[in-house]
Design a protein around this ligand. Structure first.
Ligand code: GLN
Length: 523
């Protein structure tokens, strides 16, 4: 897999043509099956572990947990998830400039597997060492996912050099793979973690990622040929050498800084309060976004039209971050609500609280084709919605989902905390949120590729994941406050989330016409 500048994925390249012209995977290139399965297992591990985290860390020591208070556990989950998405920025950069997409994915998969292994085995170590290997595992998953997630998505695009509707369809199949993995991960790890033992759940997530790693390792060469093995080369060897040195030094510097911070925290040299760290991190992430956009505007060499489109990206970024801040409360506030206040018995069987997480994945798999057909059908009748209109709809649907949860939480408060509410509240809430996600997430991804100036497509994808990063962090900070000893807090959280969602849907709705004008002919 030596990087070779000649391997650019265009149909004109004879080495690539057989791989992109192939139709053996439901009419799509067979290479998509490799990417589909690898990302499916990666998400199996990610969504298998994530809902267990808050339960495990907040479980009492006697129950095998860490005994952290819930706001701290929620904040840690938020920081973890924010870091996973934030790592996409350097991950994409390293792949473009140094490793190539394929090697980045492979290294990423190895790191994630090692991370899960470290977490799974932490239960067998003495308590102090166990805590260390647990957090080391989370760190490895962050670094690995940064290398894997953005780059595996980029290769999907490379399978369709002609772009167009077939590429969109390829991304839809890939998005379904993500959610099949998420669905199975939460079911398997959730069941094992809650009923057999925390570390059985963690271990299952790790075994899943190991399947993904082996699958990619054995099948990538055969099904993808030379696709994704090249890096961005400068024709001038001196410039190229300098660039590679910068990436190597940057990567090394980053790793050293992370290692030092880890050692400082592990040895107690500095004590970190997760909620304080989380709040500072929010400011840093928003700062990164503001500085980045300001830089692009001031020194990005953009034409007037391009500036308008980047401004649209900025607006979509802000509203996406708000959406994810609500939506990503699934593993925290909604998860805790499922555990404490929801009647989970079905025919004498107590459903694990984590199973509710799967509702979202299930609904995505069920409704993604419906929404795809809806958009196409509306476009045919000349009723096509613009991306800001779809975003506003997505925010409003999520708002309706959280409004339901206010009613559910008030039922609990009225009963003085003794009532267990119907599971349908959560299930319907997830259905509405999923419809919202389908209006916003795939639409956002494709809007980035359509609106970004040619030379900034990759970076704008990084910015898209930065919105997820900010959202996850805020969701973690807010979401840990669901607490049976402080009942009044729960409806308050859902109320403010609902107000924020409906409020931003209304503000964005007012902006649809001017934004459409700025988008000119981009749809
Ligand atoms: N559920 C999707 C995934 O896991 C999108 C998540 C996000 O961007 N916040 O890829």
């Amino acid at each position: 897999m030596t990087p070779s500048p000649s391997a650019a994925p265009t149909p004109a390249n004879p080495a690539v043509a057989p791989y992109v012209n192939d139709t053996r995977f439901f009419g799509h290139p067979f290479g998509l099956s490799t990417l589909f399965a690898t990302e499916m297992w990666e998400r199996f591990s990610y969504y298998g572990l994530r809902p267990l985290l808050v339960l495990f860390m907040s479980a009492a020591l006697a129950d095998g947990g860490f005994g952290f208070d819930r706001p701290a556990a929620g904040a840690i989950v938020g920081i973890y998830a924010a870091s996973v998405y934030l790592a996409s920025l350097p991950g994409g950069w390293i792949a473009d400039r140094l490793l190539g997409l394929r090697r980045a994915i492979l290294v990423g998969a190895v790191l994630i597997t090692a991370g899960h292994l470290s977490i799974g085995l932490s239960g067998y170590a003495p308590a102090s060492v166990g805590k260390l290997t647990f957090f080391l595992g989370l760190l490895l998953i962050v670094l690995g996912t940064g290398l894997l997630k953005p780059n595996i998505s980029a290769i999907v695009g490379d399978l369709y050099p002609e772009g167009g509707a077939r590429r969109d369809a390829g991304f839809s199949i890939f998005y379904m793979g993500i959610n099949i993995g998420g669905l199975l991960g939460a079911l398997v790890s959730g069941y094992l973690g809650e009923n057999v033992g925390w570390h059985a759940g963690f271990g299952a997530a790790g075994v899943g990622m190991l399947f993904g790693l082996l699958w990619f390792w054995m099948r990538a060469d055969r099904t993808l040929g030379p696709i994704g093995t090249d890096i961005v080369h400068d024709p001038d060897p001196a410039v190229q050498a300098r660039r590679e040195r910068t990436v190597k030094l940057g990567t090394l510097g980053g790793l050293v800084a992370i290692a030092l911070a880890f050692v400082a925290a592990a040895t107690g040299m500095v004590t970190l309060d997760p909620q304080t760290v989380g709040s500072y991190m929010t400011v840093v992430l928003v700062g990164v976004a503001v500085v980045y956009f300001a830089y692009i505007f001031a020194a990005g060499g953009l034409t007037g039209d391009e500036k308008k489109r980047v401004l649209v990206i900025f607006v979509l970024f802000v509203f996406a971050a708000i959406f994810w801040a609500a939506f990503e409360q699934a593993p925290t506030s909604l998860q805790l609500f499922a555990k404490d206040f929801t009647d989970r018995s079905v025919l004498g069987f107590e459903m694990p609280a984590t199973w509710f997480q799967s509702a979202n994945n299930f609904f995505i798999v069920a409704f993604a084709p419906v929404f795809a057909a809806l958009w196409v059908g509306m476009a045919k009748r000349d009723l096509e919605l613009s991306s800001p209109a779809k975003f506003a709809l997505g925010l409003a649907l999520a708002g309706a989902g959280f409004a339901l949860m206010i009613i559910a939480a008030n039922e609990v408060v009225t009963s003085g905390g003794t009532a267990k509410v119907s599971p349908w509240y959560l299930i319907l809430s997830y259905l509405l949120q999923t419809w919202g996600e389908l209006c916003l997430s795939p639409v956002g991804l494709s809007s980035m590729t359509k609106l970004a100036p040619r030379q900034y497509v990759g970076q704008m994808m990084g910015i898209w994941f930065l919105a997820s990063s900010v959202g996850n962090l805020v969701a973690g900070l807010v979401g840990g406050h669901v607490d049976p000893t402080n009942l009044e807090q729960t409806p308050q959280i859902f109320l403010w989330t609902t107000v924020a969602l409906f409020g931003s849907a209304a503000v964005l709705a007012l902006m649809i016409v001017p934004i459409r004008r700025m988008m000119a002919n981009v749809r």
